[in-house]
Design a protein around this ligand. Sequence first.
Ligand code: NDP
Length: 328
Amino acid sequence: MMFNALVVEKNEEGKTSASVEQIDVDQLPAGDVTVAVEYSTVNYKDGLCIGPGGGLVRNYPHVPGIDFAGTVEASDDARYKPGEKVVLTGWRVGEAHWGGYAQKARVKADWLVPLPTGLDARQAMAVGTAGFTAMLAVMALEDHGIKDGPVLVTGAAGGVGSVATAILANLGHQVAAVTGRPETADYLKSLGATQIVPREDLNETTKRPLEAETWGGCVDAVGGDMLARVLGQMQYGGSVSAVGLAGGAGLPATVIPFLLRGVNLLGIDSVMQPYDNRVRAWERIATDLPMEKLEAMVQPATLSDLPQLGKDILKGQVKGRVVVDVNA
Ligand code: NDP
């Protein structure tokens, strides 16, 4: 049975190209559960996988798409029955295993989570990997205690940042949203940000390892110079959930904020989260993320839009979350 997929190929000169093609269900990789995919999304990693270098892709031809939601079509695993709604993030799907940019996917049952009550497949993908990661980041801050003072969100107009801003605001925190795009200020305020911090205020390094104690917590999607600067501005005992590296993988920091202010730097990895944590995070998303705010973040797309969107997200030009209707 044939279906549509975005297929990335690599030619003999090592150049990659991505186009929508028809593939056969027999070509799908091995797995216990076949899912009729309804929606996928565009994350930073997808940009790397669609893009010219291939980035994280482990095999060609490849179907990218690091997350998806849909309906079980066939299952060899007792935990999942045909007709049940499921969601997948992580496990190197879309990198080492064919992913969600297709009308069908076949995966290991262990990688799936039942769609939580209160979310449909489209809403689950409006959240997607970026939003799931934002929830994990907020949960990590809660585990370590959020201090007085606003919670900083960097890369705020992006996918992780938008969802983190909405969740934190809904939980009653003051949210300071860092953005390099002043035109997104109204959007960020509509998600609940109480303060907009221009990116340039935090982009420059300083020789001072400690500055005024300002932030009660931080969800950082940017890394690099900005993360180094933020560490020196945390409240005593405050925590930073380090999620991403949109601004660079280096960390030109000193140990002083850790030694003299007891700052915690918490690494967040959404890829290998155990089943129970994934279920807990999705349940929290269903209860703590207002759906009207989620809708405000969504930009719809189809499979044929993906090559361009992959380029846009790597340039930091995507606002909020792109939801891909693979059947459109
Ligand atoms: P987006 O591209 O949607 O958002 C990133 C945002 O970072 C941009 O929108 C922009 O926000 C800001 N930004 C981009 N470039 C720079 C720069 N040079 N300096 C400062 N700010 C910059 O990506 P996502 O939100 O999907 O992902 C963000 C990061 O998190 C990525 O590095 C991604 O790989 C990582 N990630 C990690 C996960 C994990 O498991 N740890 C899971 C998901 C994502 P603005 O315009 O508002 O300034």
